[in-house]
Design a protein. Structure first.
Length: 285
């Protein structure tokens, strides 16, 4: 199945997205993590597109989308969600399943809260919504949230080449499964002019996601969406208890712990694709 590449104008921004699959099929919206882009979904797109319509956007400041300076675009998760919502409106997509990884969680949960009737199903891949899931590094980042001016070392680590590498390899016992191009390409994006300021603002705003966890959990309890949780268990950023916690709010959630890291598609593309397709075929058909 052919994947095509597009840009759409949303509030004066050029938002890049990948599209595949028949447009009259149920739509799956894939929301990428940090510091990646819609490119991270490359192993999954053709397989989903055999029987689903798939849209995978780049957020402003990421991938091939416009990256205006923070003076011209407020880099908050509220704003990223509003821009993605605008893209879906431009494309005429009213109902869809969400597949959320990492930063895709904060973006996706905001979409769910704003448009609950649009949500047909939710797939979580190491997208955290529980305090239990926060790894040790978040205690250091909290210093930055409390005093942004004096803890810039957290931004330095966040946008570094080593930081990008560690997000992929993490604690995996199988580092040989990882393509180094993944983190060198991401670091090239992070090295573009203006990126440090963009990512510093988003890292600072991440505190609003942690504060919103109880609201997201309440939404899950109230709406009981069909929920698939895929969790790379070697992820040092988002820990396994964060995956298991979803069951407390959605008892029928299907939870799978994978022998993989933060980016499970790096290590287990066939397993992820199989689980996602099985879930969607049962819950959307």
């Amino acid at each position: 199945m052919t994947v095509t590449f597009h840009c759409a104008e949303v509030d004066g921004l050029q938002i890049f997205y990948r599209e595949a699959g028949p447009r009259d099929a149920p739509t799956i919206v894939l929301l990428h993590g940090y510091p990646s882009s819609s490119r991270m979904w490359t192993p999954l797109l053709p397989q989903l597109a055999e029987r689903y319509h798939v849209i995978a956007p780049d957020y402003p400041g990421f991938g091939h989308s416009t990256a205006p300076p923070p003076a011209d675009y407020a880099y908050t998760f509220d704003h990223l969600a509003a821009t993605v919502e605008g893209l879906l409106r431009v494309l005429g997509i009213e109902r869809y399943a969400l597949c959320m990884q990492d930063y895709g969680g904060p973006v996706g949960f905001r979409l769910a809260l704003r448009n609950p009737a649009s949500m047909q199903a939710i797939i979580v891949q190491n997208a955290n919504a529980y305090l239990e899931g926060l790894g040790p590094k978040w205690a250091r980042i909290a210093h930055y949230w409390r005093d942004r001016a004096t803890h810039t070392e957290e931004v330095d680590a966040f946008v570094s080449l080593e930081g990008a590498r560690q997000r992929h390899i993490g604690n995996s016992p199988h580092p040989e499964r990882y393509d180094p191009d993944s983190w060198t390409d991401e670091f090239a994006m992070l090295s573009r002019p203006g990126q440090r300021a963009i990512q510093a603002d988003l890292l600072y705003d991440y505190r609003t996601n942690v504060a919103a966890y109880p609201t997201w959990q309440a939404w899950l309890r109230a709406h009981q969406p069909p929920l698939l949780v895929l969790w790379g268990q070697h992820d040092p950023s988002f820990l396994v208890p964060g995956a298991l916690a979803y069951a407390a709010d959605v008892p029928d959630a299907e939870i799978h712990l994978l022998d993989a890291g933060h980016f499970a598609l790096d290590e287990k593309p066939e397993q992820v694709a199989g689980l996602v397709l099985d879930f969607l075929d049962r819950r959307l058909r």
